[in-house]
Design a protein around this ligand. Structure first.
Ligand SMILES: O=c1[nH]c(=O)c2[nH]c(=O)[nH]c2[nH]1
Length: 306
């Protein structure tokens, strides 16, 4: 007998981390796309949870097969567009009312080799992984609305000066010395929400430029706190792209501790640091537009983002 005091809450199901590598080999100059895709369906699936009746359940195996087959049939123009293909395909099915599709996209660049004139040239079919960051995308479909998130994770950056931190309250546990010159370092993870319905978006160009804007702000803003740098980066992105409505960041503060060399009679003029590991500061914020309607569905269950 079902327990009348207990109900099924929000749910989704599908296949996680489907690795798909698509090679475009129509000419001698090959191109590759390398994704790690997750597909999660939402809809009329209560029965499988409540009774094990699988009448409406499109298998997770079929979801994986669709991802592989779409890589050939539809191609992968950008991670965001590939997710839109998947989302539209699955939500056209009976019982599927929405879902979440996510991907990581690994960055491959051509290996540079001497060209015919001796100058470096990209090889036709050999690539090297650029691990500066991993691009991400996510699509949520709810109530017929498509919420598209672009993004990247783990872009590690450091500046050796141009960062201060002072003026904070001192309680009985505050021991941190104020500084007007410190190392600032972080691993930037960011996701940005495209205005639902935005047309003609060049997702690849937005990704490349957004990453560049964020790095420029990190470099050029004379920082009084990592929080200030975060906000400046978000503001600059929103100023450039009217189609982005909300940009969010996760930024650890990767502390660098000045090593006390005076013990050895040696001066340390901000030259030798110990890179800290744990714990680290942690900044997590959204930068959005005045009057923008909050879109919690776009962000729900996206790990790490407030
Ligand atoms: O940029 C910083 N923001 C903080 O909030 C903080 N707190 C801290 O100990 N160091 C720093 N640095």
């Amino acid at each position: 007998m079902p327990n009348p005091d207990i109900v099924l809450g929000p749910n989704q199901y599908g296949k996680a981390e489907v690795r798909v590598v698509r090679v475009y080999r129509d000419t001698e100059v090959h191109t590759i796309k390398d994704l790690n895709v997750t597909s999660l369906l939402r809809g009329n699936f209560d029965d499988t949870f409540l009774t094990g009746d699988n009448t409406t359940v499109l298998t997770t195996d079929a979801q994986k097969n669709t991802i592989h087959s779409f890589a050939k049939e539809k191609g992968i123009s950008s991670p965001e567009e590939f997710l839109l293909e998947l989302g539209r395909h699955f939500t056209a099915m009976d019982h599927v009312t929405g879902g979440r599709w996510e991907t990581e996209a690994f960055n491959w660049e051509r290996i540079q080799v001497p060209g015919p004139d001796g100058a470096p040239a990209g090889h036709n079919h050999s690539f090297v992984r650029n691990k500066d960051d991993v691009r991400t995308a996510a699509l949520t479909v709810e109530d017929g609305v498509e919420y598209v998130l672009g993004g990247f994770k783990d872009l590690t950056v450091l500046k050796s000066t141009g960062s201060e931190f002072h003026g904070y309250p001192k309680d009985r546990y505050t021991t941190l010395p104020e500084t007007t010159d410190r190392i600032m370092a972080t691993d930037i993870t960011s996701r940005w929400l495209f205005r639902p319905g935005a047309e003609g978006v060049d997702y690849d160009a937005v990704y490349a430029r957004t990453k560049q804007i964020i790095m420029e702000q990190f470099a050029q803003v004379h920082s009084l706190s990592l929080q200030q740098t975060l906000y400046a980066a978000g503001e600059a992105v929103l100023e450039e792209f009217e189609e982005i409505e909300d940009i969010r960041f996760v930024m650890p503060n990767n502390h660098h501790y000045l090593v006390d060399l005076e013990r050895f009679g040696v001066e340390n003029n901000n030259e030798v640091f110990e890179a800290g590991v744990l714990p680290y500061g942690f900044m997590n914020a959204s930068v959005t537009r005045v009057g923008a309607e909050p879109k919690p569905k776009a962000w729900e269950w996206i790990g790490g983002f407030c």
